[in-house]
Design a protein around this ligand. Structure first.
Ligand SMILES: [Zn+2]
Length: 318
């Protein structure tokens, strides 16, 4: 069961393209406001299928797009369970034929049996699927531990909301961002995004990619199963979410953008998975003195906004 693609409204916009060199110069300067050691460079993308990233494709190049589907209003205050999307349909709606998809969204609850996080990481090529997506759910037992599992190739659905980066997974130049020891109060992604907001106020710039939490621990949440009562406040939301401090190494995937562009966008959204069982929605590291991040990002050429909620709110987008 997934919504029919013909029922999904699609908005589309070209993004502003800034060269990786220019981004490098800006970020080398501005990230120092938040991290002690910063090194931003333009490099050939390392093979991301290899350790430590273990993504489904080697690079982030070729027909790059940000794709935002649904939104938090489909989850809060009350879940709309019909909001289930097949990423094969989403790819067609975004004019992507052979596509490497990474990003953060709600996992397919009809498959999981409960609400769950999706750490999307898959290839759709000539209608064959190579699935490396993980889902994370809160164990229904008393200790509420985090349970991570990998989806089979036959399961390509996403529920409710998602922020995805589309490319052809090709090798090529990318932005490498290495940051150690957090001295400011912003998370890794917010520090990049807010730099772009300040430096390019009249441009709409979107990035997608991956980062490794190489050292330290991060505060991450996993959504519990759907709430039986409406969630109307930030306090109720934080009570419903299950928070964990998850340990490095964690591999995060997602998107960021320096504005909403009139499309009612979620401006940053990254989910992380690991090879030690932990996975969830990234908020911030909780070990500023020892934290180390290593990220690879590319610039999106355009954005697709699919099935944006008609009645919207700004709640639950952290
Ligand atoms: Zn999330």
């Amino acid at each position: 069961m997934a919504l029919s693609p013909s029922s999904l409204p699609v908005l589309h916009k070209k993004l502003d393209i800034v060269s990786l060199e220019e981004l490098k110069n800006v970020l080398n300067r501005s990230l120092k406001n938040n991290f002690k050691d910063v090194e931003v460079s333009v490099v050939d993308c390392p093979d991301l299928t290899k350790e430590p990233f273990t993504l489904a494709k080697p690079g982030l190049g070729g027909n790059t797009k940000l794709v935002e589907v649904g939104g938090a209003p489909y989850l809060l205050p009350t879940v709309q369970k019909d909001k289930v999307y097949d990423l094969k349909d989403v790819a067609k709606l975004a004019n992507a034929v052979n596509v490497f998809i990474i990003g953060a969204g709600a996992g397919p609850y009809p498959y999981a049996g409960v609400n769950c996080e999706g750490i999307f990481n898959l290839v759709i090529e000539n209608s064959t699927v190579q699935q490396q997506t993980r889902i994370a759910k809160v164990d229904q037992g008393k200790n509420e531990s985090c349970h991570q599992e990998i989806l089979p190739d036959t399961e390509t659905r996403m529920a409710l909301l998602g922020n995805l980066f589309f490319s052809e997974g090709k090798p090529g130049k990318v932005l490498k961002i290495h940051a150690k020891t957090r001295t400011g109060n912003k998370d890794f992604i917010a520090s990049i995004r807010e730099s772009l907001e300040q430096e390019f106020p009249n441009k709409l710039i979107g990035l997608g990619g991956t980062f490794l939490l190489k050292e330290g621990k991060a505060k991450q949440h996993v959504m519990r199963d759907f709430s039986k009562t409406p969630i109307g406040t930030e306090e109720e939301l934080n009570k419903w979410l299950k928070f964990y401090n998850m340990s490095a190494p964690m591999i995060a995937v997602g998107t960021l953008i320096n504005g909403e562009g009139g499309l009612d966008l979620r401006v940053q959204h990254f989910h992380s998975f690991s090879h030690h069982g932990e996975a969830g929605h990234y908020h911030i590291d909780v070990t500023p003195e020892t934290v180390e991040y290593l990220g690879y990002f590319n610039v999106g050429e355009e954005i697709y906004r699919i099935d944006a909620p008609k009645e919207t709110h700004s709640f639950g987008r952290d």
